[in-house]
Design a protein around this ligand. Structure first.
Ligand SMILES: C[S@@+](CC[C@H](N)C(=O)[O-])C[C@H]1O[C@@H](n2cnc3c(N)ncnc32)[C@H](O)[C@@H]1O
Length: 232
């Protein structure tokens, strides 16, 4: 039985991979990369291309659809877990790669539950990665929290009421998955007087990175999925 690794590859900059992640990625037999749709390039895979050897290692790109249809999601998780388990049982080590950290809003969390339940003998090692939040704060040079301050992370998909309540309670609010609710979030930030204390970061760590601190520029921007906001 070979090991399964969940490897956090960081936000997209190959230099933000840990040495452990690099060592494991160079050594495994199989690398499984997630994509939301088949035409898309896996960000995680692009990040680690320089560390892998396709003549020796098998690369599998697996689709995890971005949908709220739970039965489609469960099918994709189950298929991926079965694929990983089949390789591990044949003695082939597998790395599931994930952007940022594998235990922070990552598909790997669902795979971990299935693997533990259905293939309890497979050894699993999790290699943490630099999350998009830490990378974004670093690029914007904005402290996340200091002293007694408290911070909350909210996927904006949780709804505008949750965001509003968080802005009243915490010194720092980090919003992930901002794209679908972007105009509504902008209205809320105007109403709550957060124009001067909001930072928007898109595709941090990649050549397409954008760090916006001017509220007018943020409001005029049309964000993509890999975008977050830090609001003080
Ligand atoms: C499913 S979560 C994945 C989080 C990831 N596991 C991490 O540790 O950063 C996806 C959300 O994370 C944020 N995100 C991930 N990578 C990013 C990047 N390179 N730049 C900006 N935001 C990013 C976006 O808000 C995106 O909608």
């Amino acid at each position: 039985m070979a090991s399964v690794y969940a490897v956090g590859v960081g936000p997209g900059d190959p230099e933000l991979l840990t040495r452990k992640a690099e060592r494991i990625l160079r050594s495994v037999d199989v690398i499984l990369a997630p994509v939301a749709n088949p035409s898309e390039v896996s960000v995680a895979l692009s990040t680690i291309r320089e560390f892998i050897d396709e003549s020796r290692q098998e690369i599998i790109v697996h689709q995890f659809p971005m949908t709220s249809d739970r039965s489609r999601l469960v099918t994709a998780w189950q298929e991926a877990a079965a694929l990983i388990a089949a390789h591990a049982e044949r003695g082939r080590s597998v790395a599931f790669i994930t952007i940022g950290d594998p235990l922070f809003y990552s598909t790997f969390i669902y795979l971990l539950r299935i693997l533990r339940e259905q293939w309890p003998l497979i050894p699993i090692e999790i290699v943490p990665g630099i999350s998009s939040i830490n990378a974004a704060a670093a690029q914007a040079a904005i402290p996340l929290v200091e002293g007694d301050e408290k911070m909350v992370v909210i996927p904006a998909t949780a709804g505008i009421e949750q965001i509003q309540a968080a802005l009243e309670t915490y010194e720092t609010v980090v919003l992930l998955k901002v794209k679908p609710l972007f105009p509504v979030i902008m209205d809320l930030l105007r109403k709550t007087g957060k124009e001067q204390t909001t930072v928007f970061v898109e595709r941090v760590g990649s050549p397409r990175q954008r760090v916006l601190t001017e509220f007018s520029q943020i409001a005029a921007h049309s964000p993509d999925y890999l975008s977050l906001m830090i609001i003080k």
